[in-house]
Design a protein around this ligand. Structure first.
Ligand SMILES: CC(C)(COP(=O)(O)OP(=O)(O)OC[C@H]1O[C@@H](n2cnc3c(N)ncnc32)[C@H](O)[C@@H]1OP(=O)(O)O)[C@@H](O)C(=O)NCCC(=O)NCCS
Ligand SMILES: [Zn+2]
Length: 219
């Protein structure tokens, strides 16, 4: 794992925004499915995170394809049940959306990609989750930490795993205890002390990652 940004390989753009950047006017660009999803959130913060994820995707693709954000066509069909809560898809590009705590982010690439951010949560029963979700090596590494350092290390592992299953599209059905499959590149991304983030790309080569401040797109 590394945060290296040099070398040849798949190019991935990652855009982050803070949850405080959400504004009601963004709703204008949403389609009916997204408006329905937005209306179903009970907590303002969940609403804001979803709205920011949608808005980042729409504005990144709007810029890339020279279209108004509202004209970007997105498909959210779940591969398991057909409801519109699946991995977000658009023609000609690979995407991954994530949100947790104070952050929302989007990865855009030319090959399947998974982005995951999690707020570090001291309240998680790390040892209980570790037994079902971590490899023996990870469990051993975790045993060397306590308190906040342990919560951070656990969250790092967790985001790497989520990034992988989001890249493959398996979601949490995917094998979390297994090693990273061949042909999947995983990198940790730096997002400050409160959160951990990871990116997975289905690629034989190390990706070249460009990280952007999504606030530029929200102005
Ligand atoms: C997908 C999943 C890994 C997301 O993890 P999370 O940490 O809870 O949430 P994140 O904020 O990081 O990711 C949410 C995004 O993942 C995307 N997503 C949803 N399902 C996905 C999948 N199978 N693979 C990849 N991405 C997925 C969506 O774009 C969603 O963003 P949205 O708010 O715009 O809809 C996890 O929720 C999962 O496995 N869900 C499927 C479980 C399930 O039972 N699904 C119902 C089947 S009927
Ligand atoms: Zn479903």
């Amino acid at each position: 794992m590394s945060t290296t940004r040099t070398g040849v390989g798949a190019g991935v753009e990652v855009w982050w925004v803070g949850v405080g950047e959400a504004r009601d006017e963004f709703v204008r660009d949403l389609d009916d499915v997204e408006r329905g999803r937005l209306a179903a959130y009970l907590r303002d913060v969940d609403r804001a995170r979803f709205l920011l994820g949608v808005t980042l995707v729409r504005r990144v693709l709007a810029e890339r394809f020279s279209l108004p954000a509202a004209k970007v066509v997105l498909d959210r069909t779940c591969s398991e049940c057909g409801k519109p809560h699946g991995k977000v898809r658009a023609a000609g590009v690979e995407l991954s959306v994530t949100h947790s705590g104070d952050l929302a982010g989007v990865a855009v690439a030319d090959r399947p990609v998974g982005l995951d951010v999690e707020k570090v949560d001291l309240g998680v029963d790390v040892d209980a989750v570790a037994r079902v979700a971590l490899t023996d090596t990870e469990v051993l590494e975790l045993s060397g930490y306590d308190g906040m350092a342990k919560a951070r290390a656990f969250t790092t592992y967790w985001t790497r795993k989520e990034a992988v299953v989001k890249a493959t599209g398996a979601g949490l059905r995917g094998d979390l205890r297994g090693r990273v499959p061949d042909g999947v590149q995983v990198l940790d991304l730096e997002v400050g002390a409160e959160h951990r983030a990871a990116l997975a790309v289905i690629s034989a080569e190390r990706p070249v990652v460009q990280v952007h401040d999504g606030a530029r797109l929200l102005g």
